[in-house]
Design a protein. Structure first.
Length: 158
């Protein structure tokens, strides 16, 4: 953030032209994104021995999630804690009318899909409960995300 401030001051003072200003800010942005993404780089050796047990998905899978599942670094207790955290967030969202419960269910589905790549059973359970939960809710009847849940549900059971 400090670098952007200095570049902006030079631009406003007329010391650099607009093209160079945009070049510098874009470069800093991409460097920040690359630095953030580099934190998630994992070695394939951590999960390669299990790759035949991983169900393929069109969107691909995160290597960090595969490493977490198959790299023997996470216990069942940690998965259970994450599951309970999603259920707690859903419970709180149900109590609050301002909270978007559907977005939490979609996050929960994404977590289940990435965390249990060798089986669809956890993802299926999450999607079944979510579709059943919102079936008679007029707030989400015309919501594209709710339709997406049904499409995911159909693709899992086929």
């Amino acid at each position: 953030m400090y670098n952007i401030t200095i570049i902006t001051v030079f631009f406003l003072a007329g010391k650099i032209n607009a093209d160079f200003f945009h070049f510098l800010t874009d470069t800093l942005f991409y460097c920040t994104v690359i630095k953030r993404d580099m934190a998630e780089i994992v070695s394939i050796e951590q999960w390669e021995h299990c790759k035949e047990n991983i169900l393929p998905v069109k969107s691909g899978r995160k290597a960090s999630a595969l490493s977490k599942e198959f790299g023997c670094t996470t216990t069942d207790n940690e998965f259970e804690n994450e599951r309970k955290e999603f259920e707690r967030r859903i419970e709180e969202a149900n109590k609050s009318e301002d909270e978007d419960t559907l977005s939490i269910w979609l996050e929960y589905y994404e977590w289940a899909k990435e965390t249990f790549p060798s089986s669809n059973s956890e993802s299926l359970k999450v999607v079944q409960i979510a579709t059943k939960t919102f079936r008679n809710n007029p707030q989400y009847q015309q919501d594209e995300r709710y339709l997406r849940l049904w499409v995911i549900y159909v693709s899992i059971i086929q």
